[in-house]
Ligand binder design. Structure first.
Ligand code: CP
Length: 307
């Protein structure tokens, strides 16, 4: 087992359990390298990667860029602001022009769900989806799964809870297929208006009561309310949301279990998650960010082998 089944990483709904295991094992090797004084390897020395960010990002953009530099790839960074997108250039024209400069791989974040799939049907370079609208964020799903595996040894049989705005979350869109493929049980918790219809068809159960949901889980991934993706209001106010679905130390102390807390970032402190949990020993948040670099190195390295 040494190659991915896919030429692109568009979403975790398309990858196999074997692909996920291969990415995790490859990330283990890169994580070891990242602990050394010299963190750079020549694996992608002849590869040029374009990071196309049509939507804002801190963690994902920096993590991909760092992963590429650690692999010795040449990189170019594009953001929509300040580009000819502002003059009306289409996505496909933008990417075709960048590829004409002999770029080998595209990492793309876009506000439109399906943008990465659309590109994959129209260009020949490898594409890594760095988050598309409300659809998927596959490297986030992989780093989440990897961080849980690191903490618990394996994902099989674990109770994995996702709290909050599931409806607009591309993180949930990638975490759910990954956890299901790796044998974890997934439950979601949040206001009914923020839970997708027919979620049970994905093998996921729904618990509206946060305390009961927390008592069930081994690890909880707390999501942000994604106001930028809402054209109407789905909750009466953030204050009310926080009262019913905010995770804080008092609530965690009231359950008879020491669970781990994750968050993909950015955190709205005091809304979905309080600082007394985000910055506590129960939090895996900065381990998630650290692991993101090794996971993205693994994905880029394995996809480059499939060019
Ligand atoms: N987790 C995540 O995608 O964060 P950024 O939006 O900062 O990249």
């Amino acid at each position: 087992m040494s190659a991915l089944s896919q030429k692109h990483l568009l979403g975790l709904k398309y990858v196999t359990k074997q692909d996920i295991e291969l990415i995790f094992q490859t990330a283990d090797n890169f994580k070891d390298i990242l602990q050394r004084p010299i963190k750079k390897v020549p694996s992608l020395r002849d590869i040029t990667i374009a990071n196309l960010f049509f939507e804002d990002s801190t963690r994902t953009r920096i993590s991909f860029e760092l992963a590429e530099k650690r692999l010795s790839a040449d990189t170019i960074n594009f953001t929509a602001s300040g580009s000819s997108v502002k003059k009306g250039e289409t996505l496909l024209d933008t990417v075709r022009n960048i590829l004409a400069m002999k770029v080998d791989m595209i990492v793309m974040r876009h506000s439109s769900s399906g943008a990465a799939n659309f590109l994959s049907e129209n260009i020949s370079a490898n594409i890594v989806n760095a988050g598309d609208g409300t659809n998927e964020h596959p490297t986030q799903g992989l780093l989440d799964g990897y961080s849980v595996r690191e903490k618990f040894g394996e994902l099989k049989g674990l109770n994995y809870l996702i709290i909050g705005d599931i409806k607009h979350s591309r993180v949930a869109g990638s975490d759910i297929p990954l956890m299901a493929k790796m044998g974890a049980k997934v439950k979601v918790c949040g206001p009914p208006t923020l839970i997708p219809k027919h979620i049970e068809e994905l093998g996921v159960t729904y618990e509206p009561n946060l305390k009961k949901a927390l008592e069930w889980c081994d690890v909880a991934n707390v999501l942000r309310i994604q106001l930028e993706r809402m054209d109407i209001k789905f909750v009466p106010s953030l204050r009310e949301y926080s009262l019913f679905y905010g995770v804080n130390k008092v609530l965690l102390n009231s359950i008879n279990k020491d669970i781990s807390i994750m968050h993909p970032g950015p955190i709205n402190r005091g809304v979905e998650l309080n600082s007394d949990v985000a910055d506590s020993k129960q939090s895996l948040i900065l381990q998630q960010v650290e692991n993101g670099v090794a996971i993205r190195m693994a994905v880029l390295y394995l996809l480059a082998g499939r060019a």
